[in-house]
Design a protein around this ligand. Structure first.
Ligand code: DP6
Length: 329
């Protein structure tokens, strides 16, 4: 592939302070700001080629041509990019995850970060990192946080242009590790995109949102001063608040499984015993155990001892989106 083609990779990210619910679902303007770390070692690699002769966009994901919802979502994003950037033609998109799909590790953040970077670059358009984060956000809110490197804050904003993400600290700033306990790898019943509109049906969402900016500041301060005790307290609180909203939405979204709760209890106990570890859960039953690198092996061993059937992945803090040389084909 030559000419209007480019390839990029991006990692998923894990939110310490969560994004749940939009003020504008179409533009993905969130109700509150969020903060995350990129997950090193997990990547989506995406190649985009724009051609004026094509009559439709196409998507190959993990070697399989896609139709239905995955294609629809990619076409919607390409439409947004065409409209906002004046790109002509249709795109041939080839994408692959290096982590098995169906592990329950969300791939929409890495997918739309890599797609945005590759599509913009293939069109020969040069944008600032901030502009790239706003465009990635249109595909998936959390994708905005996979564009910058390391620890990243997504500023909620009130318009497309001022809802952007930026690095708070580089990956090497604090040696945190996400030890992911994969409790269930079955496809989640209600994905995030369907979940966000339901947030406002919970009486608790107003209270969660009201305190979110303060929690974000506490989290950022704990991160910048490497204060694990303060960090753990606010990260677990924010996860619990989001799940309280989910559970009390109509219809109720109940993502925790018995094993999720067992791990959450164990993590609190281990912290009381001196391990620097805390938990957070996204829209699924898997438990992200965030710990200091020197405690990661111990956390992993203790998780395995809890249940032999857990799959465990370990991810340190990762970089942001990167362009890759094109393979000559
Ligand atoms: C629970 O970014 O996946 O992981 O914008 O509809 O693609 P869409 O939703 P998404 O939502 C992420 C929700 C979350 C919390 C978080 O990552 O902040």
């Amino acid at each position: 592939m030559v000419g209007r083609a480019a390839k990029a990779w991006a990692s998923p990210n894990l939110a310490f302070i969560k994004y749940w619910g939009n003020r504008d679902d179409l533009l993905r303007l969130p109700m509150n700001g969020s903060i995350s770390m990129n997950l090193a070692g997990l990547t989506t690699t995406t190649e985009v080629e724009w051609q004026d002769s094509l009559s439709a966009d196409s998507l190959i994901l993990n070697d399989t041509p896609q139709t239905g919802e995955p294609l629809r979502r990619v076409v919607a994003h390409l439409n947004a990019l065409r409209q906002r950037l004046g790109i002509t033609g249709h795109a041939h998109v080839i994408s692959a995850n290096n982590f098995p799909t169906g592990t329950g590790i969300a791939s929409s953040a890495s997918a739309f970060a890599a797609l945005t970077m590759a599509a913009v670059s293939a069109a020969g358009i040069s944008l600032s990192e901030r502009e790239l984060t706003t465009l990635a956000r249109l595909g998936s809110g959390s994708a905005s946080r996979s564009i910058p490197s390391g620890f990243v804050q997504w500023v909620a904003g009130e318009t497309h242009e001022d809802s952007y993400a930026e690095t708070v600290a580089p990956p090497e700033y604090w040696d945190l590790v996400d030890v992911i306990a994969i409790v269930s790898s079955t496809h989640k019943a209600v994905g995030s995109s369907e979940g966000h509109p339901s947030a406002k049906t919970s009486d608790l969402q107003t209270a969660r949102v009201a305190g979110a900016a303060a929690r974000l500041e506490i989290c950022k301060e704990a991160l910048l001063t490497r204060n694990f005790a303060a960090f753990a307290e606010v990260v677990e609180l924010d996860s619990n608040l989001m799940h309280a909203v989910m559970m009390t939405s109509k219809p109720s979204l109940f993502y925790w499984l018995p094993m999720s709760l067992e791990i959450m209890h164990a993590v609190r106990l281990w912290r009381a015993e001196g391990l620097q570890v805390c938990y957070t859960l996204d829209a699924g039953p898997n438990v992200h155990c965030i710990c200091i690198k020197s405690d990661a092996d111990e956390v992993r061993d203790r998780l395995s001892a809890l249940s032999g059937s857990l799959t465990i992945r370990v991810a340190p803090v990762g970089k942001g989106v990167q362009l890759e040389p094109l393979s000559l084909a």
